[in-house]
Design a protein around this ligand. Structure first.
Ligand code: NAG
Ligand code: NAG
Ligand code: NAG
Ligand code: NAG
Ligand code: NAG
Ligand code: ZN
Length: 650
């Protein structure tokens, strides 16, 4: 199913530059009196509020009926449900993987779509135990092959029992003696897997060669979030970061790719016309980011001085990779400069996979795409297609830092990578296509998409406890992506770009090749904000942001002005009036007035501190405008960054 974005008309949306130019204000919601004073008419205001309400309702309906547009969120329907009925299916922390040596032979033969695999996992024991629990799914272990030995002296440890726990997708190896804390061991296993056709794990897909009309088979991977365990036994949780040395066997007339460049290729001894490709060792990474592709797709590099990027596609479609090849390297180097951290791997392959369940997947160094979001045909593709290629590409490239280099500790903080990729993509695209003014689309594309879901009773908090693979899959929705991006934008606005960016860079440096929770981000941002003096000393970002991440929904803020005095109040916004809600948020209140006009100043002058309402005085003669950064969005002048405003202007 193609995840499509809601179509909204941006033609009437002014650019930021237009907004900042006062002479243009007349066009948007503002009337000029003969004296030249700005007065916002009540009628216009009322109409706008009404229009905005209708738009929200429409957006909600659209979102309900169409799958939302968002990279890697559309779970293919044909998927088999991974069954973990209840309770945590987490692995114990007592054994930590350090290094995987993985060798896989995929058979792409009609009637025999299987794999032979061998894995040796070096582990560090952090707590004595006589049990090893690994994740597997739909894999058959060769029981006699299972061996455990101590690395320091090669002394083997006797396996006393081994069994599948198919419900929790685990393989449990019991040992005759305990593994000692602080020692390293090697677990060796050979197994048989399947190249399934439901686009999870290591899977097969095909296309028809347009010249010969032959069926061409491809073996490709989609491990995120919990399907590396379908390709090899592993510690399949994002915080078990390890290094991977991968070898893939392939027929000599196909190619193989993995996260790292090839170290060498050698002929397979006992198999005619087969080659082993040995890849270099990866840096520390999570299992869901491991990837391989075996195919006869062709490489394309129209710029021979470009060393980092290669795009792979069907031979017929090679010309259509030009757009991605043009903007990919530029977006990547933009992010390198933005974060001040070089892209850490030696190459990026981008592959247009003929059958792909998601829009794209950010596997480190081997990004896979649905054809429709990587290929672009100048002759027949639309502007929307071009936008899709650029936004998905920028999203996946932002992940190389937010997600791949620094990874959420667990899936309950999925927004920590998806929200950031969805937010930062606007910067990346704005860099390569400045004339698109894509930053002005953010409110309609992300904030309102989040509003639409978040105003329903069935919404959920940005972060909540997940255990089973089903629950984890459900996290990939517009709340994680669009609401995540929206609250990040809100933080950026109330902290200011300088503090925000400095905080992000510190966060990336602190947790490089490691994992973080949202509280780690809050700590770094709080520290930065206190250093820069733009957050009150006894206030923390965590205190503010917990009201947005742990609670579901969003507030509608009503502001009533009476002369100098302004009364503001907040209430959860919901379409379903039948459920009473007393959730309260920390809401930054920014505004500008006719006496101190600065439409660019988004720093909060007041806060609603998890309180129903408050009043304060403003210095205004004729008009004041809440949420100035949003003034440009003509049919929603009174919506703020992440909460909904209805302003009564007198
Ligand atoms: C698939 O083919 C390989 C290589 O020819 C062979 O070793 C394996 O046994 C076959 N598997 C099945 C299930 O036929
Ligand atoms: C192994 O675990 C211990 C803690 O039990 C830790 O001190 C040590 O650094 C770990 N070794 C490696 C290589 O990660
Ligand atoms: C568990 O999965 C393995 C491998 O797929 C299979 O051989 C075994 O029969 C399954 N066990 C149960 C109880 O379903
Ligand atoms: C590769 O060779 C095999 C047999 O030698 C053949 O069946 C297959 O079609 C070839 N594939 C390609 C992509 O040429
Ligand atoms: C080719 O790539 C190099 C290095 O990335 C870049 O400097 C140059 O501008 C590119 N040329 C074209 C024609 O895109
Ligand atoms: Zn993503």
């Amino acid at each position: 199913m193609v995840a499509k974005k809601n179509h909204l008309d941006y033609s009437s949306v002014p650019t930021t530059a237009e907004l900042e130019n006062n002479s243009n204000q007349k066009k948007y919601t503002v009337n000029r009196t003969s004296k030249g004073d700005l007065v916002i008419s009540k009628i216009v205001c009322g109409l706008l509020v009404l229009l905005a309400m209708i738009l929200i309702a429409l957006a909600a309906l659209l979102t309900y009926f169409l799958l939302p547009y968002c990279p890697n969120e559309a779970t293919p329907e044909a998927l088999r449900k991974a069954v973990v009925k209840d309770g945590p299916a987490r692995l114990p922390r007592s054994i930590q993987p350090l290094h995987y040596r993985l060798q896989i032979i995929p058979f792409l033969e009609e009637g025999n779509f299987t794999t032979n695999g061998a894995v040796q996992i070096n582990v560090n024991v952090t707590e004595s135990t006589n049990k090893i629990e690994l994740n597997i799914n739909d894999i058959e272990i060769n029981q006699h092959s299972v061996a455990v030995k101590r690395v320091s002296d090669d002394k083997s440890v006797k396996v006393s029992d081994q069994k599948y726990d198919n419900e929790s997708q685990k393989y449990i190896i019991s040992l005759a003696e305990s593994l000692k804390e602080g020692d390293q061991y090697q677990i060796a296993i050979t197994y048989n897997g399947k190249l399934n056709d439901y686009m999870q794990g290591f899977y097969r897909s095909s296309y028809i060669d347009s010249n010969t009309k032959d069926v061409r088979w491809i073996a490709s991977t989609q491990f995120s979030p919990t399907d590396a365990r379908r390709a090899f036994p592993c510690f399949d949780e994002p915080s078990f970061k390890a290094k991977y040395t991968v070898s893939i066997a392939r027929p000599s007339n196909m190619t193989s790719l993995s996260n790292m460049p090839k170290r060498e290729s050698v002929v397979v001894v006992d198999r005619k016309d087969w080659i082993w490709d040995h890849f270099k060792e990866t840096p520390q990474m999570s299992s869901y980011l491991v990837a391989f592709v075996v195919s006869d797709l062709q490489p394309f590099r129209f710029n021979s001085s470009e060393k980092l990027f290669t795009i792979w596609s069907r031979r017929d479609a090679l010309e259509q990779t030009r757009l991605a090849m043009d903007i990919g390297p530029r977006i990547l180097s933009y992010f390198e400069r933005y974060f001040g951290i070089d892209y850490p791997l030696p190459k990026i392959d981008m592959v247009a996979v003929p059958d792909f369940g998601f829009n794209a997947m950010e596997n480190w160094g081997l990004i896979t795409f649905r054809e429709a979001v990587l290929l672009f045909d100048e002759k027949i593709s639309t502007v929307e297609d071009k936008r899709a290629v650029a936004t998905v590409l920028a999203h996946e490239l932002a992940h190389q830092w937010f997600g791949n280099l620094v990874t959420p500790k667990w899936w309950d903080d999925l927004w920590l990578k998806e929200g950031f990729a969805s937010y930062l993509l606007y910067y990346g695209v704005n860099f390569v296509f400045p004339d698109w003014n894509i930053l002005t689309e953010f409110i309609m594309t992300e904030v309102h998409k989040a509003f639409a879901i978040d105003s329903l009773k069935s919404t959920h908090p940005l972060t909540f406890t997940v255990h089973s693979t089903d629950e984890i899959r459900q996290m990939f929705d517009p709340i994680s992506y669009s609401k995540g991006a929206s609250i990040i934008r809100m933080i950026n606005n109330f902290l200011g770009e300088r503090t925000f960016k400095a905080g992000l860079i510190k966060y990336l440096h602190t947790f490089t090749y490691s994992n973080a929770r949202r509280d780690d981000l809050w700590d770094v941002l709080t520290q930065q904000a206190h250093e820069d003096g733009n957050l009150h000393d006894d206030l923390s970002i965590k205190e503010i942001m917990d009201s947005w991440t742990v609670q579901s929904g969003f507030p509608v803020v009503t502001a009533v002005r009476n002369g100098k005095r302004v009364d503001v109040s907040q209430k959860r916004f919901t379409f379903d009036k039948s459920f009473a809600e007393d959730t309260l948020w920390w809401v930054p209140l920014s505004y500008t007035t006719d006496l101190r006009t600065n439409f660019d100043d988004t720093s909060p002058k007041q806060w609603l501190k998890k309180e129903t309402g408050k009043n304060f005085e403003i210095e205004a003669n004729r008009w004041w405008l809440v949420n100035p950064h949003q003034t440009g969005i003509s049919h929603s002048s009174f919506f703020m960054t992440s909460s909904l405003w209805i302003a009564s202007l007198l």
